[in-house]
Design a protein around this ligand. Structure first.
Ligand code: NAG
Ligand code: NAG
Ligand code: NAG
Ligand code: NAG
Ligand code: NAG
Ligand code: NAG
Ligand code: NAG
Ligand code: NAG
Ligand code: NAG
Ligand code: NAG
Ligand code: NAG
Ligand code: NAG
Length: 746
């Protein structure tokens, strides 16, 4: 007990010096930026901050990731010597040139993202100093044509030059980046590719040339690319290409994407040398008269996935069509007008089929030999104008784990339809006007994990009688009921007892204005709750249903009608680690700053607030570069007083060094908190339960003398740390000024 108490005093004392010290325990961070650790690496996030130049002087030399995405930077100067930056992100700025000068000395650089700028010139030697460079992203820049070698790097593996207005690739383009393994040249108006341009890339495994306006491909274009495993040529017009010659050289090819390439004809031996082909995508071509059997031939032994979606195959599909593709596991025939009778014959030789996609095939009827497919695990028959009656043909598919019957014009589903599908894991019935569900319909689906009933016009969430009365569905974890005009009862639980194991519930866009305290009484094991797009308001007690959800980890309250939010609401959800509040009409009050403190201090992680800082997904190669904000609006009185607030220095908050005119209301969360003038909330810094236990208030606030002494020592230590830090800070400032003066005198 005594030990515990002194420990707490120590903690509080440390906390005090911590608060006074502001950020000095962290590495250096530019004024405009938000810095944090990502795993053990120092991330400096200056994204979307309207910066016009890089804050070179304020960077920590240990910065690992520097994120400058979405600013107004037009030119770059050299970075400080000895900076150990690994990843530099300057996407979506207004850079026009990539000069050697700017990247000099960046010895540790591994990744650079310059996508979405206005770059028209790249110095081939720009990254000469970065001897471990692996990834360069330059997509979405008007680079245009280049003379001579594009870049010099003996290590580069990944180069993205998609959408760069490149019309031709010169013969020396890749001469000094021969280690490339992945090249993306998609979305460039190349029209033609000279023979031999890729010959020097002997390690290349993945080549993407989607949407390049290519109208012809030389027979020997890939003659030396013996390692090529993945080739994407989608969205070109390659009607007149001799595919058997082009592909004849690619003996290692495993993945080929020829989606939407204007192909109308494929000869018999087209794929005869591609004996390792596993995936073949021929979707969106006009293969009216395709003889599937002859084209696939007898050598495509490894083919496991064939995508013939939207190929206007005018059939009838012959009974032989897939006779030799005996390894086929996944077959996509969606979007072709098909008849049940032909399908019945063509599919008969594929008893090993595991996945069959027949979405949008105009099927009114279904083949009635589903009993052949002993191994069928996934079936998609969505978006067909099916007759209610034919659902019974599915009955033999006992192994089925995934069934999508969404948007299939069904208004009634017989109570026995799924009786034998005891392996079913995911069932999709969304987009059918079901209005009500038959008693016992899901009774036998004892292994069901996910049930999707979105857009079904349902008013009652889920009746108890669609399940067996005496059973708990132990595996049923996810229920999607989004976009139903649900009528939520004023009292009592919304879901029946059978669903007690559900952990993920989607009730987005359900016209919900309030949820009673007991709404989730039968589903208290919820970990993830989506209430986005409803009309929940911040009235007192409106979010009281959260109290019983002790296991809640993630809640989405975005796009509701919340005007204010209080961290106290989440007191009973200790496991909460993701809270989405975007898109609510928040008023800029101190509760918002309080939420920030709650995330920072109680949860110990700003990531808890969706959009508060860059998430893992924002730090990826070719990720979405735009960050989402929290918006709040000031009311007029607040705006008038805003300038007063800006000059206020709040202990424990790092102020802006250069306060600005506050003329607009939309801020990132971080900036709002710093500008708000709200005091950090001390009461939420101390977990109430813990403090109460230690002091044991019931027995009077009596504290043993020993403990007081230890506590005093702790406080003195804390103060000492504080004083030392202030001194250090001063000294650092002087040295900085010193070096400034000496630099100037030089
Ligand atoms: C960049 O600056 C221009 C004016 O100089 C401004 O209109 C624009 O909004 C700024 N862009 C960003 C992302 O701040
Ligand atoms: C960005 O900065 C420019 C001037 O530097 C200013 O005119 C503009 O309003 C700012 N825009 C935003 C969105 O902050
Ligand atoms: C693309 O390059 C051509 C010249 O090759 C030029 O005329 C055109 O303006 C460029 N387009 C863009 C969007 O930069
Ligand atoms: C670039 O490649 C060419 C041809 O392989 C070679 O002659 C030249 O020395 C290389 N340049 C550099 C800077 O490595
Ligand atoms: C297919 O491969 C064989 C031997 O590997 C080769 O002789 C033949 O030329 C190739 N076919 C085509 C069309 O390139
Ligand atoms: C299937 O393969 C065999 C040899 O393995 C071949 O004789 C037959 O013609 C092929 N069938 C089709 C339809 O290509
Ligand atoms: C439910 O499944 C069991 C076992 O697969 C089976 O014996 C029973 O007949 C099914 N119930 C119905 C109503 O079909
Ligand atoms: C949504 O709920 C309101 C009552 O709260 C009701 O008047 C309205 O019709 C509902 N909207 C739909 C699409 O059901
Ligand atoms: C919640 O989950 C736990 C562990 O998965 C389980 O033991 C408990 O019975 C569940 N609670 C309810 C009410 O089903
Ligand atoms: C949001 O709440 C306000 C009152 O706080 C109300 O006037 C408004 O109609 C609500 N909006 C919606 C979409 O329910
Ligand atoms: C605007 O803010 C002031 C002060 O924060 C407050 O007194 C006033 O009620 C608010 N007005 C509205 C319409 O919310
Ligand atoms: C596990 C169990 O008791 N299952 C029974 C539930 O009730 C149905 C009838 O409603 C019986 O058929 C099951 O045997």
């Amino acid at each position: 007990m005594a030990l515990k108490t002194s420990l707490v005093f120590c903690l509080i004392a440390t906390g005090l010096s911590y608060a006074f010290n502001g950020d000095s325990f962290e590495l250096e961070c530019p004024d405009e930026c938000d810095c944090h650790y990502f795993r053990i690496n120092w991330v400096t996030d200056c994204s979307e901050s309207n910066l016009t130049e890089v804050p070179y002087d304020e960077l920590s030399l240990s910065v690992y990731i520097l994120d400058l995405n979405g600013n107004n930077i037009t030119t770059l100067k050299p970075f400080p010597n000895d900076i150990k930056m690994r990843r530099l992100q300057i996407a979506d700025n207004r850079l026009t040139r990539v000069e050697r000068e700017a990247f000099k000395g960046l010895e540790y650089l591994i990744d650079i993202d310059l996508s979405g700028n206005n770059i028209s010139y790249v110095d081939p030697e720009a990254f000469l100093d970065s001897r471990g460079l692996l990834n360069v992203e330059l997509q979405d820049n008007p680079i245009g044509n280049v003379e001579g070698p594009f870049l010099v790097s003996p290590t580069l593996q990944y180069l993205d030059l998609s959408n760069c207005n490149i019309t031709s690739i010169n013969s020396q383009f890749f001469d000094n980046i021969t280690t490339l393994m992945t090249v993306d040249l998609s979305n460039n108006p190349l029209k033609n590719l000279a023979t031999g341009v890729f010959d020097i890339l002997t390690s290349i495994e993945t080549l993407k040339l989607n949407d390049c306006k290519l109208s012809n491909i030389s027979e020997v274009l890939f003659a030396n690319a013996a390692h090529l495993k993945n080739l994407e040529l989608a969205g070109n017009y390659l009607k007149h290409t001799d595919w058997s010659e082009v592909l004849g050289k690619l003996v290692r090819l495993e993945y080929l994407n020829l989606r939407k390439t204007g192909i109308t004809y494929l000869s018999e031996d087209t794929f005869s040398n591609c004996t390792y082909l596993v995936t073949l995508v021929l979707a969106d071509n006009e293969l009216h008269d395709l003889d599937v059997a002859a084209t696939l031939g007898s050598s495509v032994n490894h083919l496991e996935l064939l995508d013939l979606s939207n190929c206007r195959i005018q059939g009838p599909l012959s009974g032989e069509a897939f006779a030799n593709a005996t390894r086929l596991k996944s077959l996509y025939l969606s979007g072709n007008p098909l008849f049940a009778a032909d399908l019945q014959e063509a599919l008969a030789p594929l008893p090993k089929l595991e996945r069959l996609f027949l979405s949008n095939c105009g099927l009114r009827n279904l083949p009635d030999n589903f009993n052949v497919f002993d191994n069928l695990l996934e079936l998609d028959i969505s978006h067909n104008p099916l007759n209610n009656v034919f659902t019974r043909l599915l009955a033999p598919l006992e192994k089925l784990e995934y069934l999508n019957m969404g948007h299939s014009n069904l208004s009634y589903i017989g109570p026995d339809s799924f009786a034998k599908m005891t392996s079913m894991k995911r069932l999709v019935l969304s987009g059918n006007d079901l209005l009500s569900l038959e008693a016992g319909l899901f009774g036998n689906l004892t292994q069901l994990t996910t049930l999707e009933l979105e857009m079904c016009g349902l008013k009652r969430p889920l009746n108890a009688n669609v399940f067996f009365k005496n059973l708990t569905y132990m595996d049923l974890r996810e229920i999607k009921l989004g976009s139903n005009p649900l009528v939520i009862p004023d009292k009592g639980p919304v879901f029946p007892k059978q669903l007690s194991q559900v952990t993920t519930l989607d009730l987005s866009n359900c016209n919900i204005t309030s949820l009673n305290v007991d709404a989730f009484k039968n589903t208290i094991n919820l970990t993830e709750l989506n209430l986005s797009g409803n009309r929940l308001r911040s009235n007192d007690g409106n979010l009281a249903f959260l109290e019983i959800l002790k296991h809640l980890e993630k809640i989405n309250l975005s796009y509701n009608n919340l005007t204010t939010i209080d961290p106290q609401i989440f007191t009973h959800n200790p496991k909460l680690h993701s809270l989405n509040l975007l898109g609510n009409p928040f008023i800029c009050d101190c509760k918002i700053a309080e939420m920030w403190d709650w995330a920072n201090m109680i949860k110990g992680d700003l990531d808890v607030l969706v959009g508060a800082k860059s998430a893992e997904k924002d730090i990826v190669v070719k990720g979405n570069k735009k960050k989402k904000y929290l918006y709040c609006h000031y009311n007029e009185t607040q705006l008038r007083n805003a300038s007063l607030m800006l000059n206020k220095t709040v202990p424990g908050r790092r102020p802006f060094i250069k306060p600005r005119e506050l003329i607009y209301a939309n801020r990132t969360w971080a900036k709002y908190v710093r500008e708000s003038g709200c005091e950090p909330v001390v009461k939420i810094l101390r977990p109430i339960a813990l403090v109460a236990e230690i002091f044991d208030f019931k027995n009077g606030p009596k504290i043993p003398t020993g403990v007081v002494i230890v506590a005093l020592i702790a406080i003195i230590l804390g103060l000492a740390t504080l004083i030392m830090t202030i001194r250090l800070f001063r000294r650092k400032n002087t040295t900085e000024i010193d070096s400034e003066t000496s630099r100037k005198s030089r």
